[in-house]
Ligand binder design. Structure first.
Ligand SMILES: *[C@@H]1O[C@H](CO)[C@@H](O)[C@H](O)[C@H]1NC(C)=O
Ligand SMILES: *[C@@H]1O[C@H](CO)[C@@H](O)[C@H](O)[C@H]1NC(C)=O
Ligand SMILES: *[C@@H]1O[C@H](CO)[C@@H](O)[C@H](O)[C@H]1NC(C)=O
Ligand SMILES: *[C@@H]1O[C@H](CO)[C@@H](O)[C@H](O)[C@H]1NC(C)=O
Ligand SMILES: *[C@@H]1O[C@H](CO)[C@@H](O)[C@H](O)[C@H]1NC(C)=O
Ligand SMILES: *[C@@H]1O[C@H](CO)[C@@H](O)[C@H](O)[C@H]1NC(C)=O
Ligand SMILES: *[C@@H]1O[C@H](CO)[C@@H](O)[C@H](O)[C@H]1NC(C)=O
Ligand SMILES: *[C@@H]1O[C@H](CO)[C@@H](O)[C@H](O)[C@H]1NC(C)=O
Ligand SMILES: *[C@@H]1O[C@H](CO)[C@@H](O)[C@H](O)[C@H]1NC(C)=O
Ligand SMILES: *[C@@H]1O[C@H](CO)[C@@H](O)[C@H](O)[C@H]1NC(C)=O
Length: 488
């Protein structure tokens, strides 16, 4: 819809562009060429022949005898030698995938400097160690596939690499310590695998890293205190692992340049360090689902550029610092030990906020008295488990693009029939309030609904929701509850 162009998420795209700039420029340098080298053609056709399924025809232009420089996904440079192989599945299309292993015949493509096999979902087999024979190789992006087994220790031989991403595969075992030999790396992304063991200390030798991502693995031990050596780091993602201990002190050295810091669900504890307030360029901070306790440092007031702040599910206590951020995009402070009393003014006044989650934050207000200055971008509002009274009718009348509204366990009291079920709404939870009236037909298009434990009455509209979505009301009837007694 028209929304997408002006939506604030788009600044994230800018960031992506920043990181992929080298790759993009590289790709666009395609030179008009004569027919491709016979070794390249043989190598690529060998790759194709090991592919066992290509239902959407990703490789349909790869035909013997035609110029392989014109095949989709192929870039040629240097007098018609193939330099890049870039195949990308489209996540919106279910049959946009490739099955089968990566054929070693690709090692014939001697001038390959970039291998991009992204979102092809079903490329399988072990790490393609024939890549060690390709002297020009600088960029490896084998992402969102099904490669498995260990990352070989010999990966340290790929000393020419600038970027290595194996994210979203099924690699297991430890991160080989030889990875410390890849000192030319600017990006290292091993997120979303099944890696175990500690983060090798030698990674501190990769001083040129701008992106370092090991999130969504089963890594353990403490996070090494080695960040003093990463003077270029912009993105650090270690979320969703099994670390122990505290946030290492040397992370403070990243303050001048770090943009994303993601340490959620890592088993860390202790206080949130005061030095995080010095991260002047920090855009996203995710510390959710850890065991952090104590207060949020007052220095957070200095995080004036923070767009996404998630501190949910810790043991943090009052007082929350008075932030001076001009526009926050997403805020989640849910399930701590806060007693905020009100929805923070710096969130209420944000012109670009799309997600506000303040479940169990000790908020006491009449919902009509909350007057967000801008409601246009709101996708998600979670105010569950507070002491919020009054009506949600006005709020849902203002938030045209709302996708989820959660407000269970409050004291909301209004006639549900008057609630506007906006076009995009998918999730609505009003359970354990004092909502009355009938359940309107409009709810049938929702994906999830919970209006249990209110004062609703009357015949239910036809829906697929389970009985637990409607239990505990005054006199609701009809499927999935008991039939209505008479057709009054
Ligand atoms: C995915 O690849 C595996 C192994 O190559 C194969 O058995 C399976 O059928 C493939 N799945 C699809 C949907 O093609
Ligand atoms: C890696 O390099 C070492 C020493 O340079 C060499 O002995 C070994 O064969 C190489 N391994 C591979 C797989 O190329
Ligand atoms: C790291 O980056 C600097 C500046 O771009 C460059 O001069 C240096 O050679 C790089 N180091 C390695 C090991 O590639
Ligand atoms: C923070 O990390 C948690 C756990 O990995 C995740 O569920 C949540 O969506 C993240 N929050 C944001 C704002 O990205
Ligand atoms: C986090 O705190 C919970 C509850 O206090 C405790 O059960 C758990 O063991 C702690 N986890 C870590 C990693 O400290
Ligand atoms: C914010 O930063 C300024 C200067 O960088 C510093 O003087 C001030 O103490 C900081 N505020 C807090 C609350 O830490
Ligand atoms: C919070 O900061 C704003 C502006 O920076 C100021 O107007 C307000 O009085 C402050 N509130 C508190 C409770 O300190
Ligand atoms: C909903 O908003 C419209 C205008 O945007 C207004 O006319 C109407 O009175 C509002 N309804 C409720 C119930 O607030
Ligand atoms: C309920 O589910 C069935 C089967 O999944 C579907 O055909 C039907 O349209 C659904 N009904 C509603 C009201 O969503
Ligand atoms: C609805 O909410 C009640 C109480 O909050 C809960 O017990 C029940 O499991 C929920 N049902 C659904 C379908 O979410």
């Amino acid at each position: 819809m028209n929304l997408s162009l002006s939506h604030p998420h788009s600044h994230f795209l800018l960031l992506l562009f920043f990181f992929f700039f080298t790759i993009l420029t590289h790709h666009s340098l395609t030179v008009t060429s004569t027919t491709c080298h016979v070794d390249d053609e043989t190598g690529l056709l060998g790759f194709k022949s090991s592919i066992t399924a290509d239902p959407s025809g990703i490789l349909s232009s790869w035909k013997p005898g035609s110029d392989c420089c014109t095949w989709s996904g192929i870039t040629c440079l240097f007098g018609s030698r193939v330099t890049s192989l870039s195949l990308m599945g489209q996540s919106s299309k279910p049959n946009s995938f490739l099955s089968g292993p990566i054929s070693p015949s690709l090692s014939k493509v001697k001038f390959l400097d970039g291998l991009y096999l992204q979102n092809l979902r079903n490329i399988s087999g072990p790490f393609p160690d024939f890549l060690f024979g390709l002297p020009e190789l600088k960029f490896i992006y084998i992402e969102n596939n099904k490669l498995s087994g260990r990352i070989p220790g010999s990966i340290g031989n790929l000393t020419g690499l600038s970027a290595l991403s194996l994210s979203g595969n099924q690699f297991s075992g430890p991160i080989p310590s030889s990875i410390s030999q890849l000192t030319g790396l600017t990006q290292l992304n091993l997120g979303g695998n099944r890696l175990t063991g500690p983060i090798p200390n030698g990674i501190q030798k990769l001083k040129n890293l701008t992106l370092f991502s090991l999130d969504r693995n089963q890594l353990s031990g403490s996070i090494p205190d080695f960040f003093g050596s990463f003077s270029e780091l912009r993105i650090l993602r270690l979320s969703h692992n099994k670390f122990i201990g505290k946030i290492p002190a040397s992370i403070s050295a990243l303050a001048p340049k770090l943009i994303y810091l993601e340490l959620a669900q890592t088993g860390l504890n202790g206080q949130i360090p005061q030095f995080l307030g010095n991260f002047k360029t920090l855009d996203k901070l995710n510390l959710s689902r850890n065991n952090f306790s104590g207060v949020v440092p007052r220095s957070f007031a200095n995080l004036t550029k923070i767009f996404n702040l998630d501190l949910s599910r810790n043991y943090l206590i009052d007082p929350f610092p008075n932030m001076s951020v001009k526009g926050i995009e997403s805020l989640d402070l849910s399930y701590n030990k806060f007693h905020l009393g009100e929805i923070p003014k710096w969130a209420t006044s944000s012109p670009i906020i799309y997600s506000l989650k303040l479940a169990r934050c000790g908020i006491k207000l009449r919902l009509e008295d909350w007057k967000p200055s801008h409601t246009y971008f709101y996708d998600f509002i979670d105010l569950s488990e507070n002491e919020i009274s009054g009506s949600a009718i006005g709020l849902l009348n203002m938030t045209d693009y709302l996708v989820g509204f959660w407000a269970s366990r409050n004291k909301l009291k209004f006639n549900l029939e008057s609630l506007r079920i906006v076009e995009r709404l998918k999730y609505l939870d009003l359970s354990r309030n004092e909502v009355f009236g009938k359940v309107p037909n409009g709810v049938s298009k929702l994906e999830r609904l919970n209006v249990s434990y209110n004062h609703l009455c009357g015949k239910l509209p036809v829906t697929n929701f389970s009985a637990s979505a409607f239990l505990g009301n005054d006199c609701l009837c009809g499927s999935p509850l008991a039939p209505c007694k008479s057709i009054a």
